[in-house]
Ligand binder design. Structure first.
Ligand code: TRP
Ligand code: ZN
Length: 869
């Protein structure tokens, strides 16, 4: 396979600009006509041809300044159209034909359940027409959409400016978007939807029409999304002083979508999973996700659209920043603590794993084969952590000044991460030069804590704390430099008193670790001090802090930062599981259970923290603090710990469970915390057969999806007959609604059962399943590969083979989704050799497959090449 990587270092500014784009699109399932009229201008003095990107287009005609262009003046390559013209400015008209009905990759123009829609980010516009498909070419778009009258709603970016009939059976709507934009923000939707309307008056008094388009019959499930949108609009005004800038804001929910949602200017397109929600069909997590994705796409209007990326290597410029903004919004709408925990789990389960794999890359990658592969947890979530560190270092006011400066300098431009850093630099006296390494260095830094105790001449006890940093080599970089790391820190004794250091290196509860190591001293009469490190996860790092059980429990009892308190319990559980791994069958000592009982007693009234603290670390998180993993041994150890947990704490758990009364449903933070805690506890109790009745009772009584699903998840630990019965009842109730059925698919696919492949094969033959729908595929195959660790990693190789067989078929349909699901197979580094051999065998099968997409090729070839180091 010949595929060429692109390098950040090779960036060249565009040789031409395109001031205006006029599109005339006549929709047809297999013969959509696209007439594109471009105002081209040469940039500077050169005589290079105009090179346009195109992919899978049928070229019908080219005209320059109104005259058909003869063949000697253009060259049609595999994926390019080059125009040789001596003119410095000219009007170029290109006519092409495309077949949306045959587009199963869901990039460009495609049909989603009968509705036309587009997805152009990152490089999908070239599948609609020939164009300079790069984010630094900004144009003003006018779009005329023509369709049969059976398709009543015709949408595109900006404001509608004209509409009318064409003959008896067709009609058109013409749209104009006054804001220059890159082509990846172009959107078109045409279909027959239910429409929810509302309006929002901006702080400067401008009225904006809000429109939400959903599948017919789903109107009531769109109300929450629309309310969320208004909250996001208000929040961005309040916190960042940013107002919406068009007369209309449209959101369309579609069922076939590769990712979460897309921020097309004035016309967001959403995966219906992140729009539709009501009490019966959506869990609290679903409500949370709807609000956060709605906000994310809305916030892109400023961080992404008004100020966009110069090139795709700068993706984190918009994504890291926008994720940070949506996280802050969610924290304000719900609760800071549970948000922080949620995002730290993503970092530890997925981002750390990516950084340890052959796909390791800095938040600003250096080299890319397929851009779709770089919409990663590193660019998005670690990117957001880096923005969060700016916020921590500059403070909220400094951060706001930096943002104001960023917009002042760059509104209407396509810029780089360096431009963002220098705007932030203007708002602070700190020197951000070293901090900027977070953009160029990949890998997860490890912060080690050392604690030495000495007596000085006066017999005072002097504690010396040393923090050091080390970033292990990654697949893409062997040499690592010291990072500039803000480390939140508290020093406490076993009665909860806090201490200051002699050198005043701790400022506002934070030290800056910007060298390989640093030390400070604390004088104390009390000889037992505990360093509480990385409060609020102040940097995307791992911590090695050799604390004993007593110190962990002290942190839980007394640390000021609730994140540290949660984290201490997570570390404690991790230790216990390690102990069982090392000595299978061993019993966790009673003082640990006593400590946890006290913790439960202490937090009786704080259900939010209590609920989170009772969650045991996931298998995926445990993997990040281990190497040479034997999956079955680790799973068994985790299960043994959970079983002991339930036995030892049964009375306490029951008491928590019974104290939470089942009020009728509302989506408020208090109610969410209650349901969360109750369901976490129920999942523990489910490991004791005597509580099976409580699970069935909850399933029977539930008036909302959170409790229904909580019961089903718990039933995964019950005997299989109970699980099967409840699952069958769920299917009978929800068979008509595939989005809800996805939860059922995922539960089946994550069962640890001998007949798992028969089950999955049956799921794939379910009438509601379709390989062409990414949500279904993620629910069944994605859930299996990412979360059914025991069966996926079975030592007969059956799990790896099953996923590979599936990917070989899926790749021919939708490479973008295939390349996401291949991830667990490529992350073999942490596992024991027996696993690695089997995983690489299957990666080899993929690599040898004729016609493999470059999406999957990039990840598989990197994974196999990493081996040779
Ligand atoms: N920019 C989108 C977001 O973060 C995500 C996105 C990128 C996307 N590429 C995509 C969505 C392809 C769907 C399909 O909000
Ligand atoms: Zn985004």
């Amino acid at each position: 396979m010949s595929v060429q990587a692109k390098r950040r270092a090779d960036y060249q500014p565009p040789a031409f600009s395109i001031a205006t784009v006029d599109l005339h699109i006549t929709l047809h399932p297999t013969e959509t006509k696209v007439v594109s009229t471009l105002a081209i201008a040469r940039n500077g003095a050169h005589n290079a041809p105009l090179v346009l990107d195109g992919d899978g287009l049928e070229l019908n005609a080219i005209a320059v300044n109104g005259e058909a262009l003869s063949e000697e003046f253009y060259t049609l390559g595999d994926n390019t159209l080059s125009i040789n013209s001596e003119l410095d400015t000219f009007e170029l008209v290109i006519t092409t034909t495309i077949a949306p009905e045959h587009n199963k990759a869901l990039e460009g123009l495609y049909l989603s359940g009968g509705a036309y829609c587009t997805q152009c980010e990152a490089e999908g516009f070239r599948r609609i027409t020939y164009f300079m498909d790069r984010p630094d070419v900004l144009s003003v778009y006018t779009v005329t959409v023509v369709a049969d009258k059976s398709i009543p709603m015709l949408l595109a970016n900006g404001n509608p400016v004209d509409k009318g009939d064409i003959g008896a059976s067709s009609h058109f709507v013409k749209w104009h978007d006054p804001h220059p934009k890159p082509c990846y923000l172009f959107a078109l939707v045409a279909g027959d939807f239910d429409l929810l309307t509302d309006s929002y008056t901006t702080s400067s008094g401008k009225e904006v029409a809000l429109e939400l388009y959903v599948d017919k019959g789903k109107k009531s499930q769109g109300v929450f999304a629309l309310e969320s949108l208004k909250r996001a609009m208000k929040w961005d005004e309040d916190v960042f002083g940013l107002e919406y800038d068009l007369d209309i804001y449209m959101i369309v929910a579609v069922d076939f979508f590769n990712m979460g949602a897309m921020e097309n200017k004035g016309l967001n397109v959403f995966n219906s999973k992140f729009v539709l929600a009501d009490q019966e069909s959506a869990t609290d997590d679903d409500f949370f996700n709807v609000e956060s994705v709605i906000a994310h796409e809305y916030f892109h209007n400023w961080t992404g659209n008004r100020v966009t990326c110069r090139d795709w290597f700068q993706l984190s410029l918009k994504e890291g920043l926008t994720v940070f903004r949506d996280q802050q919004f969610s924290a304000d709408m719900t609760s800071a603590l549970s948000n922080r925990i949620k995002h730290v789990r993503v970092m530890r389960e997925h981002q750390f794993a990516e950084d340890a794999s052959a796909m390791s890359h800095p938040i600003r990658p250096e080299e890319v084969i397929e851009m779709n592969n770089f919409y990663t947890v590193t660019v998005y979530d670690k990117g957001a952590e880096v923005i969060r560190m700016f916020h921590t270092l500059l403070g909220p006011d400094g951060f706001r000044r930096g943002m104001d400066e960023y917009f002042k300098r760059h509104d209407g431009q396509a810029v780089t991460c360096d431009d963002f850093i220098s705007a932030m630099q203007s708002a602070t006296d700190l020197d951000l030069t070293q901090f900027a390494r977070w953009y160029s260095q990949s890998g997860t830094p490890v912060i080690s804590v050392e604690h030495k105790i000495q007596n000085d001449d006066n017999d005072d006890v002097i504690h010396t704390f040393t923090l050091s940093q080390h970033t292990p080599a990654t697949s893409d970089q062997s040499e690592k430099e010291s990072l500039y790391i803000p480390v939140n820190i508290e020093i406490i004794d076993d009665e909860g008193n806090t201490y200051t250091d002699n050198e005043s290196m701790i400022q506002n509860g934070m030290v800056i670790l910007n060298a390989p190591s640093m030390s400070f001293t604390v004088n104390a009469e009390n000889a037992s001090l505990t360093p509480v490190v990385l409060g609020n996860f102040s940097a995307p790092a791992k911590v090695e802090n050799p604390l004993d059980t007593a110190s962990l429990l002290t942190i839980f009892k007394y640390a000021k930062d609730p994140f540290n308190r949660w984290d201490a319990m997570q570390t404690l559980y991790d230790r216990c599981i390690k102990q069982i791994e090392d000595a299978p069958g061993c019993a966790i000592s009673n003082d640990i259970w006593e400590g946890i009982k006290q913790a439960i007693a202490q937090e009786q009234s704080n259900l939010e923290l209590l609920g989170e603290c009772l969650v045991t670390p996931s298998f995926e998180t445990l993997c990040q603090s281990r190497s040479n993993i034997n999956v079955s041994a680790l799973s068994k150890a985790r299960k043994a710990f959970c079983d002991q947990f339930a036995q030892a704490l049964e009375q306490e758990l029951l008491q928590v469970f019974n104290n939470i009364d089942a009020a009728s449903y509302s989506y408020t933070q208090d109610a969410v915390n209650q349901r969360r805690c109750k369901n976490v506890v129920l999942a523990h109790l489910a490991r004791l057969p005597q509580h099976e009745g409580a699970i069935v009772a909850q399933f029977d009584a539930a008036d909302n999806m959170t409790d229904t699903l909580g019961a089903l998840r718990s039933a995964q630990h019950c005997n299989s007959a109970t699980f099967d019965t409840l699952m069958a009842r769920f299917e009978a109730t929800w068979n008509h609604d595939p989005l809800v059925l996805d939860k059922w698919f995922a539960l089946h696919a994550t069962q640890n059962r001998d007949d798992i492949f028969a089950t999955i094969t049956m799921l794939c033959e379910h009438p509601q399943f379709a390989m062409s729908n990414p949500n279904r595929v993620r629910s069944v195959i994605g859930s299996f590969a990412f979360y059914n660790s025991e069966r996926f990693h079975a030592l007969d190789g059956s799990g790896y083979k099953f996923v590979t067989d599936y990917l070989l078929k899926l790749d021919a349909v939708n490479p973008q989704v295939a390349a996401r699901i291949v991830t667990p197979l490529t992350q073999w580094q942490g596992f024991a050799n027996e696993h690695q051999v089997l995983m690489k065998q299957q990666l080899g099968r993929l690599l040898n497959h004729k016609g493999l997409s470059k999406d999957v090729f990039e990840k598989v070839s990197k994974s196999l090449a990493y081996d040779k180091h």
